[in-house]
Design a protein. Structure first.
Length: 57
């Protein structure tokens, strides 16, 4: 399965065994995306949320 990177428009290859919630990365710009849905071979991605470090503050 192939999806398009929102940042650089490159193709992102989605593994056949991917599941909703899995994080995939663009090989061109290193953008990270979460698999939002999978329907009949079509994949929808959304930008992955980056967890902020707390550092005990």
């Amino acid at each position: 399965m192939i999806a398009k990177c929102e940042e650089c428009d490159a193709d992102i290859t989605i593994p056949e065994d991917a599941i909703v919630g899995e994080i995939v990365q663009c090989k061109e710009c290193s953008g990270e995306y979460e698999v939002a849905s999978m329907n009949g071979g079509k994949v929808t991605l959304k930008p992955a949320e980056v967890a902020e470090e707390d550092w005990g503050e």
